[in-house]
Write a protein that binds this ligand. Structure first.
Ligand code: SF4
Length: 512
C-alpha cells in the first residue's frame, strides 16, 4: 500500500536555521547599504512582506555605528485614497510611528505617504470623467492610483542622485509568474543582489526575502519584535479571513495583478469577482459592520452589463462599432450623479452610525469634489452645477467648496425649463445646453476664434435622434469610408463622411 506523505514547502531557514539566516541577511543588507552612496527607497504597503523587509533594513541600520548611517532610506507607501479604511488608517499610523521611532533611534529613515494627483484619483475619474468601473480590458486605475505616485517619487530620487535602489518585499513563492520574472531579471544583474527594473531606468532592485515562503515571513514577524514599536500580532489578526497570500506590494509596473481581494487593495476594486476580503472582515467582526455601505457600493459598481449606465458615444463624442454595436463610452450624467449621491450617502451613514474612530471618515476629499465639479461644469457643459445640491442633500450641510469662477449662461431653474422643453429627449437637451455654453464662453472673448469649430463639434456629437440613429449612421460612415478607400477620390469631391452623415447631399446628374 502506498501512502502519500504531506509535502513540506522548503523553508529559507532550513540550512542555517532561523537566527543564522536572519543574521546573514542583516549583514548582507549592511554591506549593500555601505557599498555606495545611492539612496534607498523601501516600498512599504503595511502588509506582511514589506513589513518583514522594512524590519530587516531597520535591524541592519540599527546594527551599524552611528557615523556609518549616513545614507538616506525613504520608506514609501502609496495610498490610493480608496484603500480599505481600516487598513489605510493602520498604515498611515504605522508611518507616523515609524517616523518618530527612527528619529528617536537616530536612524536616517523617512516615511512618505504618496497619494495620486487629484486629476488621477479613483472618484475624479469615475464620477468626474465618467470612466466605467475598472475591468480587465479597461484597467485604468493601477497606473493612475499606484504606479504614477511611486514612480514619480522614485524618478525624482534618480534625477537628483543619478541612481536609486529600490528595496522590495517581492518573493518568488508569490506566484510562478513572479518567480519567472524575478529569475529573468536576476540573469541581468550588474551588481551582486541588485536586479534592474524595466520600468525605471537607473533604478536597481534589492529583494532580501525573495526566497522566503509565506510561512517564513510569518515566522520572522512573529519571532522578532517590530523595531518601530508596531504590533506584528495585530498585523496577523488583520490577515485572518483574507486570502491566504493576500498582499498588495508596491506597484511599479503594470505586470502586478490586481490585489483588490487582499486586505491591502482598493475597496472599490471591480477586477476581482467579489471583495472577499472586506466581506470576511465584516463577517468575522461585528465591529466592522459599519463598512457594509462600502461593500454595497462596490457591488453596485460591479455590474456585468453596464451599457444602460453609459453613453453610446465614446469620450470624444464619436460612435465606434464593435461587431455592429456601438462601443459604449463614459457614464452618463445621470449615472455620475447617482454614483456621487451613493458615495456621499455612504459617507454620511458611516459617520453617523459607525464607531467613534470613523466619525470624520472622508471617502472623497473636498479637493476631489472641486475637481469633479469643474469637470462637470467646464468640460461636460453641465452648467446647472448639480454637485453642491447633491452634496447638501446627502451630507445635510452646506457644500464647503468655493463659488464657481465661471459665468454660467443659465441658472439651474432655467436649465430645468430647457429640460422640460426638450421633452425628455436627452440628446436634444444636451446639445442645446452645450451650444448655449459655447456661445456664452466665446461672448466674453474679443476674438471669437474657435467658435465655429466648437459649435460644429457639438453638433456632430449631438445631432442624432437616438442610439439607433447613431448606430445606423456609424454603419453608413463605415461603408462610405470603405468605398472611399477603394476609389481614387477627386480632391474636390465632398468628404464621404459628410455624405454619410447627411451634411452634404450628392448632386444628381441633371440633363442639360
Ligand atoms: S486594487 Fe483594483 S481598483 Fe485598486 S488599483 Fe488595483 S486593480 Fe485598480
Amino acid at each position: 500500500m502506498t501512502r502519500n506523505l504531506p509535502i513540506r514547502v522548503r523553508s529559507a531557514f532550513d540550512d542555517a536555521g532561523f537566527a543564522g539566516t536572519v543574521e546573514a541577511l542583516v549583514s548582507q543588507t549592511q554591506q549593500l547599504y555601505l557599498a555606495d552612496g545611492v539612496p534607498w527607497v523601501v516600498g512599504y504597503s503595511g502588509g506582511k512582506d514589506s513589513t518583514a523587509v522594512l524590519q530587516l533594513v531597520w535591524l541592519a541600520l540599527a546594527g551599524l555605528p552611528a557615523d556609518q548611517r549616513t545614507k538616506p532610506v525613504h520608506v514609501i507607501s502609496t495610498d490610493t485614497l480608496v484603500e480599505n479604511p481600516v487598513v489605510a488608517s493602520w498604515v498611515t499610523h504605522s508611518l507616523d510611528v515609524l517616523g518618530e521611532a527612527a528619529q528617536k533611534q537616530g536612524l536616517p529613515i523617512t516615511p512618505h505617504r504618496l497619494t495620486p494627483a487629484v486629476a488621477d484619483t479613483f472618484w475624479v475619474n469615475l464620477i468626474g470623467r465618467g470612466y466605467p468601473a475598472p475591468r480587465p480590458k479597461f484597467r485604468w486605475c493601477t497606473e493612475r492610483l499606484k504606479i504614477k505616485p511611486s514612480n514619480t517619487f522614485i524618478r525624482e530620487m534618480v534625477r537628483s542622485h543619478g541612481e536609486a535602489i529600490l528595496v522590495l518585499g517581492t518573493r518568488k513563492a508569490e506566484s510562478s509568474g513572479r518567480s519567472a520574472r524575478m529569475t529573468a531579471l536576476e540573469s541581468r544583474r550588474v551588481r551582486d543582489l541588485l536586479s534592474p527594473n524595466e520600468a525605471l531606468p537607473n533604478c536597481l532592485v534589492y529583494s532580501p526575502v525573495e526566497n522566503w515562503s509565506n510561512d517564513d515571513v510569518w515566522t520572522f514577524l512573529m519571532q522578532s519584535q517590530n523595531p518601530w514599536g508596531y504590533s506584528n500580532k495585530e498585523l496577523l489578526t488583520m490577515y485572518q479571513g483574507a486570502s491566504a497570500d493576500g498582499e498588495c506590494p508596491l506597484v511599479v509596473d503594470s505586470s502586478t495583478p490586481s490585489c483588490g481581494d487582499s486586505r491591502f487593495g482598493c475597496w472599490t476594486c471591480t477586477l476581482v469577482d467579489k471583495d472577499k476580503s472586506m466581506s470576511a472582515m465584516i463577517q468575522n467582526d461585528e465591529e466592522k459592520e459599519w463598512m457594509l455601505p462600502l461593500l454595497e457600493l462596490r457591488n453596485q459598481l460591479d455590474v456585468a452589463d453596464d451599457k444602460h449606465l453609459r453613453d453610446f458615444r465614446r469620450m470624444n463624442g464619436s460612435v465606434q462599432l464593435f461587431k455592429d454595436r456601438p462601443i459604449h463610452g463614459p457614464y452618463t450624467q445621470e449615472s455620475r450623479e447617482h454614483w456621487l449621491r451613493e458615495l456621499l450617502t455612504a459617507q454620511a451613514w458611516i459617520r453617523e452610525n459607525g464607531p467613534d474612530y470613523v466619525r470624520s471618515l472622508e471617502l472623497v476629499t473636498l479637493e476631489e469634489l472641486e475637481e469633479i465639479r469643474r469637470m462637470w461644469v467646464v468640460d461636460k457643459h453641465e452648467f446647472e452645477d448639480r454637485l453642491p445640491e447633491i452634496y447638501e442633500a446627502a451630507i445635510g450641510s452646506k457644500y464647503p467648496g468655493r463659488p464657481l469662477d465661471e459665468h454660467l449662461p443659465l441658472g439651474p431653474d432655467t436649465v430645468e425649463v430647457l429640460r422640460d422643453i426638450t421633452g425628455g429627449d436627452r440628446l436634444h437637451f444636451e446639445l442645446v445646453r452645450e451650444l448655449l455654453d459655447i456661445e456664452q464662453r466665446h461672448r466674453s472673448q474679443a476674438r471669437r476664434a474657435g467658435l465655429f469649430e466648437s459649435l460644429e463639434k457639438a453638433l456632430r456629437r449631438g445631432f442624432y435622434d437616438d442610439e439607433a440613429d447613431a448606430t445606423d449612421r456609424a454603419h453608413h460612415r463605415k461603408a462610405a469610408l470603405d468605398r472611399s478607400q477603394d476609389d481614387d477620390p477627386d480632391p474636390l469631391d465632398p468628404n464621404p463622411l459628410d455624405l454619410a452623415d447627411g451634411y452634404v447631399r450628392p448632386v444628381q446628374e441633371v440633363a442639360p
